[in-house]
Design a protein. Sequence first.
Length: 365
Amino acid sequence: MSHIIHMDTEVVSNLANSIKKSSNYIEENTNSLAGILKSMPWEGGSREELVSQTGAVLNKITELKLELSNLGLQLESEINQWIEVDKGSNLKIISENNVISSSFSSFITSFLYPFGIFFKKDVDGVFEFFLDDQRGKELLDDCKAANIRFEYDKDGEKYYFGAENGEIIQITWVDPSTIPGAKGVYSPNKSSILLNNELSNNYDIRETLAHEMQHAIDYETKRVDTEIIEKPYQTFDKLSPAIKSEKEIDEINWNGLEKEFEASISERVHSEILAHSRGYDFNPELQTGESIFNMDNTYTSSEYKVILNQRGYASFYEKQLEETFKDQGLDAAINVYWDNSSNSVRVNISDVNKIELINGGFFDA
């Protein structure tokens, strides 16, 4: 049975305008509050906690404001299509056995699921979102400045984001076992980003992709010093072949190597601060501490602590360094932590021993 459907475009246009005005009002007031918060003459831990919590709320409000703006734009588009239908230029837009057009059905779906967590969108959809979002456009500008271009292959069709003739960085979905414990990984050596197949909603995908893109941008623009990051590993590679007994172990300048690892990890934390800041721009489901992050190239103790402690990177770096020692046939206890007295990252290497096999010789990892 056919249904007659109708829209009073003037009334619905007023609704679209009201949505737009409400969106602008929200933006003006959140920006005003953020400014007051930033300039607040107050120092101390309680201030940081307030800034963190209030910042998280403001980020959520901003994300919802963007959703509201998008709904207004979709509604305006729907109105224009109804006007075209009324002119008789596109009668097929109204489905015979449905009370709404396909485009308005999409609008209703967006309205019912405004928080982006019910349906998984693929990478091409995230590219599209970035191109329509102001922060996504800023990310695009940074990709162009770094001369990199992200490529995603879906069913034989390629999608791109970045500089038109930039260096290609391939984006691929992988099994969780390929990148255990990670949502995504950027590999500069392979010029690729690997995404965990278990990412289940838009926000996670947007955040993870933006996070890994920022790592790529930092690597290509030398914003993060890779020489500092790699130096202790190079030093250790030169030292380890000479370690054949406990005597050689005792003769190693472990304090010097610790200092190199401290500089290396500090630089890696800088990269994580930048990447987390970028990623959280696209995910309103934030955790405590996210509003502390920013991309001003001034790295605070609060930012270090969030990365090392709340995000678990201290434990990650410890395990990684222990594996590095095992690769050279050495067992060691590694401790990575933030030292409040020196206001810096500290690395402690202790209990270094050769790993001996039961039948003699040494373990070759």
